[in-house]
Design a protein around this ligand. Sequence first.
Ligand code: GEK
Length: 242
Amino acid sequence: MSDRDRLYLQAGEEVAPFVFSEEVVRVFPDMIERSVPGYRLLLELTASLVRQAAQPQSRIYDLGCSLGAATLTARRAVQKPGVSMIALDNSPSMVARCRQIVADDNSIVPVEVIEGDVLDLPIGNASVVMMYFTLQFIAPAERAGLLQKIARGLRPGGVLLLAEKMSFTEPVQSWMDRHHHDFKRAQGYSDLEIARKRQALERVLIADSRSSHHERLRAAGFDQVIDWFQCLNFSALVATKA
Ligand code: GEK
């Protein structure tokens, strides 16, 4: 069970840039569900996307796996023979807890949980790569190269499932922010918590627009890009290699 996220409840001290620390890990499941509208539905739909895209004798990757929510969704969905999974995160606290969670799950698909930077990970023989709310934390200059590496590592017919917080031009951005903050208020976050978290994520989470995602995925070598999920400013795309 996850503790309730109260990390930004206290006024006063200066807000430090957000990091995936031990205290974040303790509240993470609660934090992501109360901060990302549609997160649970996104995972539910992921099961059927993975079930259809997984190929026999291939690998499934979960990049920026945190506590393995998408990893376990995929692991339980796979029905093809010979599939193995690699789940990776660069936060030692996340990886330690994720390893326990994966060990406590009794599905049969083997999962290796790796601590490391996604930019250093070799990717190969992949039929599915999931990258949920992780690209937004990668330095913008590195994003195109990372997507190229993923495209090269996919088998023909393989897919990248990409979920991201999106940016918009005005006046849509303000509309999205207003309704996202209302969603968080309805989840029990105070205005102070919302403002402090926003400050912590400034310059740490850098969102891209839908059109730049599409253009960059095409340029990286993907043949088809489909928007399959949107809940306010949180979206998911599937990019397929022919
Ligand atoms: C989920 N996908 O529950 N290399 C590896 N991991 C990284 C890197 C990097 N360079 N940068 C950040 N991370 C999950 C949620 S959370 C999203 C993903 C959020 C990791 C970071 O440590 C964190 O665990 C994850 O990416 C992003 O579906 O908190 O908004």
